[in-house]
Design a binder for this molecule. Structure first.
Ligand code: FA5
Length: 332
């Protein structure tokens, strides 16, 4: 390697080390020390490199001189830039202390009613029920007629329902989904339907004008009332705990015969609250959907989801579920 080559290499090293030193200097004191080391007038490394020029022959001088000037300019620029950066304050915004720890943003989660619905789907899924859906804006035929509820029945009173037209309404129960399923598939059937229902009920601790129901329907050969009771007991124990007490009361629904109402012992243990209605599918309903009541039997049930959720979590008032108060919702 010639002396010129060596001198050019030294210039490369000088440039690389100088730029690194300027960029990492940081504080003004350190930067000044780096400036003296590289750009100092007397003993600076740039000055010393310039001294080398003198000993080179004219041809080498031209090559070395050009490169030397470039290195010197680069280092001066690096110094100016570092000086600017070091004089910039690190905490510029008034009233903002950037050294304080950050504020954690709150993570949302599923509403307790959605959690309840998901758990019910899970429990009934293990019992072999699949999920189906039906419309919330329903026709009177599916909400009443096909369910064996005659035109004169008090349940159809306009004061007790949200009619949209003579033929259409907001469904008052999830039972019309039973009809829609049976119209579209032959037996056997084992389904649940979850969704909103609407009734102009007076609002109190256990009643709302919009609430959710879970409907269950099982149709096969030889389905009995004993199957209905076991499924509902199994479900109640799974969702509300092994020591939950439920009772069946004889009742009447036009679309089941016999019919029962199912109560659960409320939290606190001092009163029974109705959880839902159930029964054996009435032969007239089977006829309306084209099933042969001589060949199949089935049970159906419809439970109030809000009340199940309230019993499970010890919630005393249904309105709490609809107020969207995050202090309440954050507990679930
Ligand atoms: C029915 O709606 C029947 N369709 C249930 C049924 C299905 C019977 C299949 C037989 C076969 P009922 O009106 O009782 O039944 O309502 C069922 C449940 O919904 C009640 O037990 C209660 O838990 C809940 N529920 C009724 N009204 C309200 C309300 N206004 N607010 C909150 N929950 C209610």
């Amino acid at each position: 390697m010639t002396a010129t080559d060596q001198a050019l290499r030294d210039l490369d090293t000088l440039e690389a080390e100088g730029i690194t030193a300027f960029t990492s200097a940081g504080q003004p004191d350190a930067l000044e020390a780096v400036r003296v080391e590289f750009l100092g007038m007397k003993q600076g490394r740039v000055k010393l490199a310039q001294e080398q020029l003198k000993s080179l022959d004219p041809a080498a001088k031209r090559v070395f001189g050009q490169r030397f000037n470039a290195v010197k300019t680069a280092l001066e620029a690096a110094f100016e830039q570092a000086k600017l950066a070091s004089s910039r304050p690190t905490q510029v915004v008034e009233g903002l202390d950037v050294t304080l720890p950050g504020r954690r943003s709150k993570l949302g989660h599923r509403h307790p009613l959605t959690q309840t619905a998901d758990e019910l789907i899970d429990i009934f899924g293990r019992l072999g029920f699949t999920v189906v859906r039906g419309p919330e804006v329903e026709d009177v035929h599916h909400n009443f007629d096909a369910l064996n509820i005659p035109p004169t029945h008090p349940a159809r009173d306009p004061a007790d329902n949200f009619y949209i037209t003579d033929r259409m309404m907001l469904r008052s129960q999830t039972s019309p989904v039973q009809i829609r399923v049976m119209e579209n598939q032959p037996p056997p059937v084992r389904v649940i339907a979850i969704g909103r229902v609407y009734r102009p009920d007076a609002v109190d601790a256990t009643h709302s004008f919009m609430f959710h129901q879970i409907e269950g329907l099982m149709v096969d050969t030889n389905v009995t009332m004993a199957d209905l009771k076991s499924v509902l007991r199994l479900f109640a124990r799974s969702y509300l705990g092994k020591d939950v007490k439920i009772r069946f009361r004889p009742s009447f629904f036009p679309f089941t015969e016999p019919s029962v109402e199912v109560d659960m012992l409320w939290h606190g243990g001092d009163r029974w609250v109705e959880m839902g209605g159930a029964g054996m599918v009435d032969p007239n309903v089977f006829k309306a959907v084209g099933y042969d009541p001589e060949k199949v039997t089935g049970f159906a049930f419809g439970l109030g989801i809000e009340r199940l959720c309230m019993r499970r979590h010890g919630i005393s008032d249904i309105r709490l579920l609809y107020q969207n108060d995050t202090r309440f919702l954050a507990q679930f």
